[in-house]
Design a protein around this ligand. Sequence first.
Ligand code: ZN
Length: 220
Amino acid sequence: MILIWGFKARAKTVSTGEFFCSRCGADRSYVLQQIRRWFTLFFIPLFPAGKALGEQVKCSTCGARFQSEVLNTPTSASFSESLRGAMRVASMSMLEAGDETNDAARLAAVDAARTTGDENYDETWLFNDLAAVDASQLGEYLTPLAQGLNPQGKETFIEQVARVGLADGPLSSSEMHVLETLSAALGISAAHLRGIVVSTPTGPRSPSTGDGPPDEYRRN
Ligand SMILES: [Zn+2]
């Protein structure tokens, strides 16, 4: 009799979870699969041959397959959360670096928080944030933004924080220092930062409406 044997790649589910599928453009559930070669006899897989060939992430909705690194990208939900957190911590740092009792500066900080989707943010929240926010947490919030925000989104972010600093007059050196720290974390050069500061309007802006971060913060 003729033996028909060969090898076949098979995927085994290792874990499941939620990720940001770039094909769907939304948060989806995924299965993380391990790919192995199996020895087959008469087309029936008998046993795994050799080490695993690698892993792949499969979107449960559209079926697209990605390398497992895709799981390092934050989901939309956690990205929005990071954006809101980062804006609050950044504008508190800016207020503390300048005159935190200045009404125009406080108004600009409330406005900055609202642009990232915290629609109910008001003076009371601001008061609590000023007492509670730890500026040393800023880096933690900015890391996902550095990956997820597109260049326009990064500029908008810096511009919002610059407005808070500019509301009580020209930027002091400690206010400038806050912007430099933000820019460095987001990969914006010193020259680019100067350009953003020069073009930042100082008047009040129209409040944003709608759920979640507005389009000006479009992610990559
Ligand atoms: Zn998908």
